[in-house]
Design a protein around this ligand. Structure first.
Ligand SMILES: [Zn+2]
Length: 304
C-alpha cells in the first residue's frame, strides 16, 4: 500500500495564511482542549500524523512524554524548529501508521487529527492504534464525512457520482477519502472502542465560506447540536478502548528506547547505538539522525 507523504505541501504556511484554515485551527484548539480536559496524566502520548507539531502542545498536559509521529522528515524537521527553546519538546519518530514501531500497550493517549481522510484504509492503522494503546485509554481522531449536506445536495442534483449514503470509506479524489459515520462507528465498535464524545463541524463554514466568512462562534454553538444530523464536513471523535481480555500490559517503559519495537517483526529487543537501531530478530536497521528516530522501511520518497 502506498504511504501518504505530503513533503511537497507547505503545511505550516497553509495553516497560518489561509483564512478558513486559521478559523478551523481556532475551532480545533477549542475541541482538543475539550477532548483532553480531565484526562489523567499518563507516561506516553502519541500525535499520529502530527506533521510539524501544529496540535502537539495539546497532549503535553496528558502525558509525561509525547511522541510526534509522521512519515515526512521535512515536517518533523519543521517541528524541531518550532520547539526550539520551548518548555516541552516531543520525541520525533518517522514511520508508517500501518506498521507502528512501538511495543504493545505503550500509550495512554493516541491522537490522529486530520489524517484518516488521507489514508486509503482505516482498518490497518486502527489495528495498530488498538495494539499500542493501553486499555481504558483514549483515542482522538477526525474523519471527513461522506454524507455531509453539500454532498447529499450534489448527489440529488446529479452533480456527484459517489453516493453520500454508501456506508464505506471511499476515495473522493487523488488526495481525499471520505467516510460514512456508520462505517466509522461500526469499525471502532468492532475493534473494542466505545464512543465518548463527538463534534460535527464545518457546516456553517461551508454555508458562509463563499462569502469568505468562517463563523467559529456559530460552529462552537452548533457542533454538539449537529451530532444527530451528521451533515457536517468533519467529525471530531473521542473514543476509549475497552478490551474484554487484556494481556501483555506494557510496564517497563521508563526510557524512550523502551517504547520501540521493530515495525517489520515486532521484536522488542533492539540494539541501540549512537546513530542506528538494529533488530536482532529480522536484521533490519533503522537510523537516528538529527534527533529523529527513522523507522521507515523500503524506498522513502524525496528526503533520503
Ligand atoms: Zn525486526
Amino acid at each position: 500500500m502506498a504511504v501518504v507523504d505530503y513533503q511537497s505541501i507547505e503545511y505550516s504556511s497553509y495553516w497560518r495564511t489561509n483564512p478558513e484554515r486559521i478559523a478551523l485551527a481556532r475551532l480545533e484548539n477549542f475541541i482538543l482542549r475539550n477532548f483532553t480536559n480531565g484526562i489523567t496524566k499518563g507516561r506516553w502520548a502519541i500525535d499520529l500524523g502530527g506533521g510539524y507539531g501544529r496540535l502537539t502542545d495539546h497532549y503535553f498536559p496528558c502525558a509525561e512524554n509525547v511522541v510526534l509521529f509522521d512519515y515526512s522528515k521535512k515536517l518533523l524537521r519543521e517541528a524541531k524548529q518550532l520547539y526550539i527553546n520551548r518548555e516541552h519538546e516531543p520525541i520525533y519518530v518517522l514511520g508508517d501508521v500501518n506498521r507502528l514501531p512501538f511495543r504493545d500497550r505503550v500509550f495512554s493517549l493516541a491522537a490522529m487529527i486530520r489524517v484518516f481522510h488521507h489514508l486509503p484504509d482505516m482498518e490497518k492503522p486502527l489495528n495498530e492504534i488498538r495494539r499500542t494503546l493501553k486499555n481504558d485509554h483514549r483515542f482522538l481522531f477526525t474523519y471527513y464525512n461522506n454524507r455531509k449536506l453539500s454532498s447529499i445536495l450534489r448527489f440529488l442534483l446529479g452533480k456527484q457520482e459517489l453516493s453520500p449514503f454508501a456506508v464505506v470509506h471511499q476515495n473522493v479524489d487523488d488526495h481525499y477519502y471520505c467516510t460514512h459515520p456508520r462505517y466509522v462507528d461500526d469499525l471502532l465498535k468492532r475493534k473494542s472502542f466505545e464512543k465518548e464524545k463527538e463534534f460535527n463541524v464545518g457546516l456553517p463554514f461551508e454555508i458562509f465560506g463563499h462569502l469568505r466568512v468562517y463563523p467559529v462562534g456559530l460552529e462552537r454553538v452548533l457542533m454538539g447540536v449537529m451530532n444527530p444530523l451528521k451533515l457536517s464536513q468533519f467529525v471530531y471523535s473521542r473514543w476509549v478502548l475497552r478490551e474484554a481480555v487484556v494481556s501483555d500490559e506494557c510496564s517497563q517503559t521508563e526510557e524512550t528506547r523502551d517504547i520501540f519495537a521493530c515495525p517489520e517483526c515486532r521484536n522488542t529487543r533492539m540494539e541501540f547505538e549512537e546513530t542506528t537501531i538494529k533488530c536482532s530478530q529480522c536484521g533490519n536497521s533503522y537510523v537516528i539522525r538529527d534527533g529523529i528516530y527513522d523507522f521507515r522501511t523500503g524506498t522513502v520518497p524525496g528526503d533520503g
